[in-house]
Ligand binder design. Structure first.
Ligand code: UD1
Length: 346
């Protein structure tokens, strides 16, 4: 198959290109080489077309392409409201332009990188009120060290539940809002074109080639970078917030499976969680990394960020049934290896 891969120079894109080529697919890569992700003095890979989807046409690159793998995005959670236009432009307007170009060139199959952030705080159960979306956490609760969200109806304690792909969207950040909109644009394009899209909702991705931390990095890059500086990871809240850490080799494999099978999917957008299926608290994850690095024990700071969601755990069942994807790298092994995995040198 001939694949157009956007974000080909990025952390996940690099691994997808490698695995797709190992399965004899032809990969046409493009990347904007944004300074925010690659630094100002990047030396672009000559085999990757330098194009910015916000402004550049890609019809020529789409010639003869069977399927598009759209990974290019502005990542992170957003630092403040000034980031809103950049998320909308990079993740939504650029995607809309790509979809229009696919319509012009007759490409009807798409795999698009989405995220578990579309679910926000996800699903909870209240003993009194049943299945509920959690209330937004209150400042006075967070300041008092009460980190779990409350029931939106009775204000009482609630317990997290595993999320499946039918869980309603509840985006809490600018990035999350842009990823929800991106899925909606892709679904609308499917309807207009009789096309097929698979949205892969990644959980917390980590592994070799992660970029060193920036204000937009996730926790794995931040902790790995702290270790590289000889510092202890700094764990926020009470360290008991739950995530699912999925290795980048597994994420790339899920993409290749989706690229190979999107043509057999029904028209419209199908979403799959891409997760290891194993839960880890942030405290456990920090301890695993610190132990493997032989460095200082993590520090529990008690700090919190208003935009953080508390627990996100998703079912990997649909990806297993729909794509034959099951994560192969156990997080305790992959996270221990992360302590010495190389970070990306821009
Ligand atoms: C992360 C990514 C998000 C991505 C999603 C799924 C970022 C900023 N977030 O969301 O873009 O779509 O995974 O792949 O890239 N924490 C600490 N210490 C720190 C930093 C964070 O304890 O120094 C804690 C946070 O309080 C939070 C948890 O780690 O509870 C995860 O934080 P983070 O990785 O930033 O965000 P996610 O919501 O998991």
């Amino acid at each position: 198959m001939r694949i157009l891969l956007t974000g080909a120079a990025g952390f996940i894109g690099t691994h997808i290109a490698e695995q797709a080529r190992a399965r004899d697919h032809e990969v046409v890569g493009l990347d904007a080489y944004l300074a925010a992700a690659h630094g100002p003095d990047v030396a672009p890979d000559p085999s990757i077309a330098r194009r910015d989807l916000r402004t550049d046409d890609v019809d020529d690159l789409l010639a003869g392409v069977d399927v598009v793998c759209h990974q290019a995005a502005m990542v992170g959670n957003g630092v403040d409201a000034q980031d809103l236009p950049a998320y909308a432009e990079h993740n939504d307007a650029a995607t809309a332009r790509l979809l229009a170009a696919m319509a012009r060139t007759g490409v009807v199959d798409l795999v698009v990188a989405s995220s578990m952030v579309v679910y926000g705080d996800g699903r909870y159960a209240c003993e009194r009120d049943g299945d509920v979306p959690p209330a937004v956490r209150r400042d006075d609760d967070l300041e008092a060290g009460r980190f779990d969200p409350r029931c939106p109806q009775c204000g009482g304690e609630i317990t997290w539940r595993e999320i499946d792909e039918s869980t309603p969207f509840l985006p809490r950040t600018s990035y999350a809002a842009s990823k929800v909109a991106q899925e909606h644009y892709a679904a609308a394009w499917c309807t207009l074109q009789g096309a097929r899209a698979i949205a892969l909702r990644y959980h917390n991705v980590y592994g070799p080639g992660m970029p060193a931390d920036t204000p937009y990095s996730g926790v794995a890059a931040i902790f790995r970078s702290a270790i590289a500086r000889g510092e202890a990871p700094r764990v926020f809240e009470d360290g008991r917030q739950v995530r699912d850490f999925v290795h980048v080799h597994d994420v790339a494999r899920a993409n290749v499976l989706a690229l190979e099978q999107v043509g057999q999917h029904p028209t419209g957008l199908t979403a799959y969680n891409v997760a290891s299926g194993r839960t880890f608290t942030i405290g456990e994850m920090a301890a695993t990394l610190a132990r493997a690095a032989g460095g200082d024990e993590p520090v529990l700071t008690g700090d919190f960020r208003r935009f953080d969601v508390r627990h996100v755990v998703a079912s990997p069942d649909a990806a297993r049934e729909g794509l034959g994807f099951t994560a192969e790298i156990a997080p305790e092994d992959g996270l221990a290896r992360l302590a010495t995995d190389p970070l990306r040198t821009r």
